[in-house]
Design a protein around this ligand. Structure first.
Ligand code: GRF
Length: 203
C-alpha cells in the first residue's frame, strides 16, 4: 500500500477519480493529505467527504520564497507519504519539495507534452487545430510541465467538436490514466533512467 499526498487548486475531479479507485479496491493506496493553494477549491470538499485531512495554503505562503513548498514537504514527510500527486495544482513546485521527494512528485497535463504546456493546454491544442491531442502524466521538476514522462494517452479530435466537447473527452481520459499510473507506482513498476526517460517494468 502506498501513501499519497495530493496538491489541488480547483474542482478536484482527478482527486475524486483516485479516491473512487481506492474506495472500490482497484488501487492499493491511501491519501494521507490534500493540500490546496486556494481556500475555495471544490476539491477540498471532495477530500473532506472522503475523510481525508486537508491543508489550505493561504496566498501569502506563496509570496515568500518557497515557504509553501517547505511546509508541504514537512507535512508530507511527517505522514510518510511516498508520492505527491499534482492534480490541477496551479502552482509550481520548488526545490524544498522536489529535493525531499525526488522523482516522487507527479503531475497530470491535459495535452501531449512537450506540446501545449501551460495553464490552457486544451484550449491551445484546440485553437492550433491539432488532429490528435491527449493526456500526459509525468514526474514534475522545477519547470512548468516538464520532467520525465510516465504515461501518455492520445485522443483523435473529431470534426465539429467544440472546445467543451474536447475538454470533456480529455477529462474522461485523465480520470482513467491517472489512477492507472498510481497503480504502476504502487506496484513499483516505474523507473527513471539516467537519461531522464522512464521505463515501465513488466508485471
Ligand atoms: C486537469 O485537466 C489537469 O490535467 C490540469 O488541471 C485540471 C484539473 O482538473 N492540470 P481537476 O481539478 O482535477 O478537476
Amino acid at each position: 500500500m502506498i501513501k499519497l499526498g495530493v496538491l489541488i487548486s480547483g474542482s478536484g475531479t482527478n482527486l475524486q477519480a483516485i479516491i473512487d479507485r481506492i474506495a472500490d479496491g482497484t488501487l492499493d493506496a491511501s491519501i494521507e493529505l490534500v493540500v490546496s493553494s486556494r481556500a475555495d477549491a471544490y476539491g477540498l470538499l471532495r477530500a473532506q467527504a472522503a475523510g481525508i485531512q486537508t491543508l489550505t495554503m493561504d496566498k501569502s505562503f506563496y509570496d515568500e520564497d518557497n515557504t509553501a513548498d517547505r511546509i508541504i514537504a514537512s507535512e508530507m514527510r511527517y505522514r510518510n507519504v511516498d508520492y505527491i500527486l499534482m492534480a490541477g495544482y496551479m502552482r509550481m513546485v520548488h526545490e524544498p519539495l522536489l529535493a525531499a521527494f525526488e522523482n516522487r512528485v507527479v503531475n497530470i497535463h491535459p495535452a501531449l507534452l512537450p506540446s501545449f504546456k501551460g495553464a490552457h493546454g486544451i484550449q491551445d491544442a484546440y485553437d492550433y487545430g491539432v488532429k490528435v491531442t491527449g493526456v500526459t502524466v509525468h514526474f514534475a521538476d522545477n519547470r512548468y510541465d516538464c520532467g520525465p514522462i510516465i504515461a501518455q494517452r492520445a485522443l483523435a479530435v473529431q470534426e465539429g467538436w467544440t472546445v467543451d466537447e474536447l475538454e470533456a473527452e480529455i477529462h474522461k481520459i485523465e480520470h482513467v490514466l491517472y489512477p492507472e499510473v498510481v497503480g504502476l507506482l504502487a506496484a513499483d513498476r516505474v523507473r527513471v533512467r539516467e537519461n531522464g526517460t522512464v521505463e515501465i517494468l513488466p508485471e
